[in-house]
Design a protein around this ligand. Structure first.
Ligand SMILES: [Zn+2]
Length: 426
């Protein structure tokens, strides 16, 4: 049996080499869609056609927040889901179940490419230079989506019949709520294990942080600058609270660390990412709003962190005469994401590591990740899952790129993992 498998693995790896130019073209194609929040549909339709051509049974639907709001990881959206589908393609196994079923999941939403003038190339015309492909979302994580699809395509080309069902899922909102991942699992598209080829530099994630978002609205009392001494400047007042968040960041990193993150000097990031308010340099702004992201350890309830941060900011407000009387309005939206852990001794983690070794002849390193991924959705459904994906640089920044050698390695590792996890049906 194992001899047959390793012989088949050679055939499959040859198929991945033969399909390589096509895989690159596919990645360029999906990378050319500007699939930011609200603009994901075209990408999903394009991928659906591709999965249909592979004879997978495809289902495309838009998430229904009413169905999802009961989940712990549900992120509160401030937008609707019309024409914003998630997609699944099922490759059903015909015979008896010999192995375990598997989900290969990837997100096709990307963050904004602004400021676009800082890019060397157009972020939505993916360009290959020196064996790197540049473009927004090429690394995070359209490359991983291409790897998953072409691993499956290579198995089909090698005439492999799997001993368990395999599902390819492409989702939206990994970058803001995680509701896309929940929507597919909630509809019953579940399996015995899951792999997300997020860009991990060929490492397996065994632990990741939780994340939550908040919005702080600070009121002032505006006036023309000549009477500014009578007014309260909302932007100036906001700096008190932004400084308080900086103090909070230092405070939480000075606490004892979660065992998975002890090697990290500063695991918990607090980031003020958005600010808006005021409309004229010579007017005192009436209102200023900023939005921030807070990280926390696995095992912590995001609602507890929300309460802690709220109390921290209100306490800082007490120190200022104006803010004491006019406390900020603090609300929570988007990420309400639990941390996630999987044992390095678990079967899924070991089988990914062994697939990595078959491909590279090296031991797989593990990674405690200081941000979030959709892994937590699988955690909520009790499905063992990890991330393992390509290398590159500049995620969420100008000149994002993927290292193409690593993409081929990931494609081969995924194929080897599928054979090992799902088994073959003769
Ligand atoms: Zn990602």
């Amino acid at each position: 049996m194992s001899n047959i498998t390793s012989k088949n693995l050679e055939i499959v790896n040859q198929a991945i080499d033969d399909l390589w130019e096509e895989e690159l073209l596919f990645l360029k194609s999906i990378g050319s869609f500007e699939s930011t929040l609200g603009n994901e549909k075209e990408t999903q339709i394009f991928i659906k056609k591709h999965l249909d051509d592979m004879n997978l049974t495809t289902t495309l639907f838009s998430p229904d927040p009413k169905r999802l709001s009961a989940y712990e990881n549900y992120g509160k959206p401030e937008w609707d889901y019309e024409d914003r589908p998630v997609l699944v393609g099922e490759w059903k196994s015909d015979g008896e179940k010999l192995g375990k079923s598997l989900i290969l999941q990837g997100h096709i939403d990307v963050v904004s490419a602004e400021p676009k003038q800082l890019w060397e190339e157009d972020p939505f015309i993916p360009t290959i230079i020196d064996n790197k492909m540049y473009g927004r979302g090429i690394l995070d994580m359209k490359g991983g989506v291409a790897a998953a699809i072409y691993a499956v395509k290579a198995l089909q080309k090698a005439n492999i019949k799997l001993g368990a069902d395999l599902l390819i899922q492409t989702v939206i909102e990994e970058e803001c709520t995680g509701n896309g991942a929940l929507a597919l699992l909630d509809k019953g598209f579940v399996a015995d294990g899951a792999l997300i080829p997020e860009p991990t530099e060929l490492r397996g994630i065994h632990s990741q942080l939780g994340v939550m978002w908040l919005r702080v609205k600070v009121k002032g009392s505006g006036a023309h600058v000549e009477r500014a001494e009578m007014a309260q400047n909302a932007i100036n007042k906001s700096t008190i609270l932004i400084q308080a968040l900086e103090d909070y960041r230092k405070h939480i990193n000075a606490q004892p660390k979660h065992p998975d993150f002890t090697h990290h000097s500063h695991p918990l990031n607090v980031n003020v990412g958005v600010g808006y308010g005021g409309d004229w340099p010579s007017s005192v702004p009436n209102e200023y709003t900023f939005e921030a992201r807070v990280g926390f350890y696995p095992g912590t309830d995001p609602s507890d962190v929300q309460e802690e941060v709220k109390q921290w900011l209100l306490k800082a407000s007490e120190q200022d005469d104006w803010l004491k009387e006019n406390p900020p309005e603090i609300t929570f939206f988007g990420f309400h994401a639990l941390g996630y852990t999987i044992s390095k001794d678990s079967e899924l983690f070991n089988r990914i590591a062994s697939a990595h070794k078959k491909t590279t002849n090296e031991e797989m390193e593990s990674l405690a990740f200081t941000a979030t991924t959709d892994l937590r959705a699988f955690g909520e459904f009790g499905i063992p899952a990890t991330c393992y994906g390509p290398s590159g640089a500049n995620m969420h920044a100008p000149n994002e790129y993927i290292d193409l050698d690593s993409l081929k390695t990931v494609t081969k590792t995924i194929a080897a993992f599928i054979l090992d996890w799902c088994k073959e049906n003769n």
